[in-house]
Design a protein around this ligand. Structure first.
Ligand code: HQG
Length: 184
């Protein structure tokens, strides 16, 4: 079974369009696995998918995008559904990073980091993760550095996504700078 394709399908269902699978996310983004499997089994591609496949897909994935607990599954970040997933605000590390294409930098330095199509701004715990995120859109992404600790002390809320990804509400430009303007 192609776990990468399965992961993409699950991200689509659990982040963006649960209604296409007749699923409803609860406040924290969870759905019951049996219900998810019923929906997946309608597609010939996923007729054989089991709960063990979901577990293996998560265990084998480079990025921890989904989690399973007590018969339920959810996406850990990335949501764009109209109903905002509720998260518990948590103290972030002092510095977080954000990889973005060069053409977005001027706008970010003017308007701050915005969630755009998603519910939250996505930040990376380290520069390498930020670089990987930025590489999705630009061969030479810019790594922005975010004063997360100071922003949080000033009242901006941060939330844990997975061990590499943090979520936040809008981050004003005064907390953001470009560590290495020539890029690396
Ligand atoms: C940019 C993937 C102009 C922002 C990744 C980004 C991540 C602005 C884009 C996760 C802006 C939004 C999320 C402003 C923000 N002006 N551009 N004021 N504020 N932007 O995809 O953070 O593989 O919604 O810099 O790895 O790139 O799917 O967010 O370029 O973890 O699991 O607007 O999604 O994970 O793009 O990526 P996105 P992101 P998965």
């Amino acid at each position: 079974m192609d776990y990468m394709k399965l992961s993409k399908e699950l991200s689509y269902a659990l982040r963006h369009a649960p209604w296409e699978y007749e699923l409803e996310l609860d406040e924290e983004g969870w759905v019951d696995i049996p219900q998810l499997l019923i929906a997946l089994h309608e597609s010939p591609k996923w007729r054989e998918v089991t709960e063990e496949d979901l577990e293996q897909m998560i265990a084998g994935s480079e990025k921890k995008r989904h989690e399973i607990n007590a018969g339920r599954i959810r996406a850990l970040y990335g949501h764009s559904t109209p109903q905002k997933i509720s998260k518990i605000a948590t103290q972030p590390p002092e510095w977080l990073y954000h990889g973005t294409p060069g053409h977005a930098v001027a706008s970010i330095m003017e308007h701050g980091l915005q969630p755009r199509q998603r519910q939250y701004v996505h930040l990376s715990a380290d520069r390498n993760t930020a670089r990987q995120v930025g590489l999705r859109r630009d061969d030479h992404p810019v790594i922005l550095r975010v004063q997360a600790g100071q922003a949080e002390r000033d009242g901006i809320l941060f939330y844990h996504g997975n061990e590499n990804i943090w979520l936040a509400d809008v981050i004003p430009a005064r907390y953001i700078d470009q560590e290495d303007p020539v890029g690396s």
